[in-house]
Design a binder for this molecule. Structure first.
Ligand code: PLP
Length: 420
């Protein structure tokens, strides 16, 4: 490679720094968004707060027994406030919202969506709009059911709505769109009111088109004055499309991931239909875990206070990532990043064609980041630019080193690719 002298000098310095990292034998995996131990400890009492004498509802129902397919009344009361829904518009499920999403789609395939009841699998094709970069597990569900994924750009205020409207108006095989409206994974996007209104009101060729509104980070705000997300169910009702949206959320990132409580909300008629379908799958969810969550989380004020404790632990980690990016990359035109207002991720963008090589190079020095392709349908980032940083799990010190290494890799890969 024939680099100008300036770049050659710079490159050899960067390689020196890189090999020092290789010698240090870092072992850090930040490929998934896991809370750190200190965060998990915030919910220790979740395990002990329930006593066997304390498992009765106010009407005497014993929650240790079978039944109540849509979840306990106390949990509906609490979590309907979290999602700003009516209590008859919510189902409280098991430990995983992803599981609720998967099951909803599986049932739509075989039995159709509630109210329409025409199995999607009878269509020649089923397609979903996938605003990207997005959540790999959404895309994995589509792939699993052979649902064709249509990539639509996610902009600062939500998906490119001109593209979405055009697609859904003209193609009856488009049955769904994935949305992560508050602090999207990984872009941190909060959907603007106009986007919510347009999603609610747009004309769709398929009458069984549904919005899959995955609001996993609904309360994960970093500041006292967070951006306010418009209520999609209200918007759908106002637009005359009350059955268009199914909302999902979870306490996975509030209490314990994998041992939290998942929930699903929709208009009352859809909820009733889901309950009928659900009753073929289960006699009832884990009501003891639901009750534990109600006892532990208590009320919305307490949930907000609990989230603040998480933020106190994780915000310095986000700040560290951002300060290393600023120190190492600012003004160099090699990468861009967002300043999230909440959620679990920082989104980093390299120049075209660099992201995979950067991630591979970092991995050779012991830093495991998610494969950039997985942020897109079919595992292919068409521009090879997007990297997801999940800063919550490591310590601030580990992150400082890891991000310095990442920035060195970005500079080496970019200089090699773009300077000749
Ligand atoms: N939805 C989003 C957007 C997520 O980022 C995650 C976890 O990272 C989940 C859902 C998983 O939720 P659950 O643990 O309830 O299945």
């Amino acid at each position: 490679m024939n680099l100008p002298q300036f770049f050659n000098n710079n490159l050899s310095e960067l390689y020196d720094r890189y090999y020092k990292f290789v010698d240090r034998k870092m072992h850090l995996d930040i490929s998934r968004s896991k809370p750190c131990q200190e965060q998990l400890d915030l919910s220790s009492e979740l395990i002990t707060c329930l006593n066997y004498r304390d498992c009765l509802a106010s009407d005497g129902t014993d929650y240790r027994n079978y039944g109540i397919v849509d979840g306990i009344r106390e949990a509906k009361k609490l979590f309907s406030q979290l999602l700003d829904m009516n209590e008859d518009e919510i189902i409280i499920g098991g430990n995983s919202s992803l599981n609720l999403m998967y099951d909803f789609i599986a049932r739509a395939m075989t039995h159709g969506v509630p109210g329409i009841n025409v199995p999607w699998m009878l269509s020649d094709k089923v397609k979903f709009i996938c605003p990207s970069p997005g959540y790999d597990r959404h895309f994995a569900i589509c792939k699993h059911f052979n649902i064709e994924m249509i990539n639509v750009e996610i902009k600062d205020y939500g998906p490119d709505m001109d593209a979405v409207e055009e697609l859904v108006a003209n193609d009856e095989s488009i049955k769904g769109i994935w949305c992560m409206p508050q602090y999207s994974n990984p872009t941190g996007t909060v959907y603007a009111d106009e986007v919510v209104d347009r999603l609610a009101a747009m004309k769709t060729k398929a009458c069984d088109f549904r919005i899959f509104w995955d609001n996993a980070y609904a309360v994960h705000h970093f500041s006292e004055n967070p951006p306010v997300l418009k209520n999609i169910l209200k918007a759908c009702k106002d637009a005359g499309n009350p059955d268009r949206v199914v909302i999902f959320s979870t306490t996975s990132k509030i209490t314990l991931p994998g041992a939290g409580v998942a929930m699903m909300a929709a208009c009352k008629e859809i909820i009733e239909g889901i309950k009928v379908q659900l009753s073929m799958q289960t006699i009832g969810p884990d009501k003891i875990n639901q009750l534990r969550h109600v006892r532990f989380l208590k009320n919305m004020d307490n949930i907000r206070e609990h989230v603040k404790k998480h933020v106190k632990i994780i915000k310095p980690k986000f700040d560290m990532v951002l300060s290393v990016f600023e120190r190492e990359l600012d003004g160099k035109g090699m990468a861009w990043w967002n300043y999230p207002q909440g959620g679990y991720f920082i989104h980093l963008k390299t120049l075209k064609g660099c992201a995979s090589e950067v991630v591979e190079m970092a991995a050779r020095a012991g830093l495991v980041l998610g494969n950039p392709g997985t942020l897109f349908p079919y595992g292919v980032d068409p521009e090879d630019r997007h990297i997801r940083i999940a800063p919550t799990f490591p310590s601030v010190e580990e992150l400082e080193n890891a991000m310095e290494l990442l920035c060195i890799c970005i500079q080496i890969v970019t200089l090699k690719k773009y300077s000749d």
